[in-house]
Write a new protein. Structure first.
Length: 181
């Protein structure tokens, strides 16, 4: 796993802390950032379900202003912290330990985000609460990107003031893009 482009291009990142953790592939990240390239510079980014932090770190490499990482798993948090330190971008990062759902209530001081990346476990029961939380922390002209299994059939077309504007499929994964309705 590596940073694809930008000022940190080529930096190798530590991988998942254990089996069963599925980081966003280099190829899928490259596709994602090709699509959103014009939105990244200067953006405030939220990497929900951060894992290794690869998506948020890629955004910082491409000149995002700040990245907030949300992760509940202690092992993943250690890998995330090591990756941030390795990239030397700690001053532009915040790490929130805990569940993504409930973030706005627990941490209203975080404000809103221009880009909200979500990569929940593919087997999560429902995406409704996750999208509701994302809608609550997204800036008015922001964008939410939800990574999910391409086989998943219950990905909403819209929810909580968000409307799906695009879906991209790559390998076993898909990216659903949401904007304010």
């Amino acid at each position: 796993m590596r940073i694809i482009a930008g000022r940190l291009r080529g930096r190798r990142l530590q991988g998942p802390p254990r089996e069963g953790v599925r980081p966003t592939s280099d190829r899928l990240r490259e596709t994602l950032f090709n699509v959103i390239a014009s939105r990244v510079a200067g953006a405030r980014v939220l990497d929900g379900f951060a894992g290794t932090g690869a998506v948020g770190l890629e955004a910082l490499s491409r000149l995002a202003e700040h990245a907030t990482f949300v992760e509940r798993d202690g092992q993943a948090l250690r890998v995330l912290q090591a990756n941030i330190e390795h990239c030397g971008v700690g001053e532009a990062c915040a790490i929130v330990r805990g569940e993504f759902v409930g973030l706005a209530e627990r941490r209203p001081d975080l404000g809103t985000f221009d880009l909200v990346f979500l990569d929940p476990p593919y087997d999560v029961d429902s995406l409704d609460a996750i999208l509701s939380e994302a809608a609550g922390v997204m800036a008015p002209q922001g964008l939410v990107v939800l990574e999910h299994s391409k086989r998943r059939t219950d990905v909403p077309d819209g929810a909580h003031g968000l409307v799906r504007t695009r879906t991209l499929r790559a390998g076993d994964s898909a990216l659903a893009f949401y904007a304010a309705a």
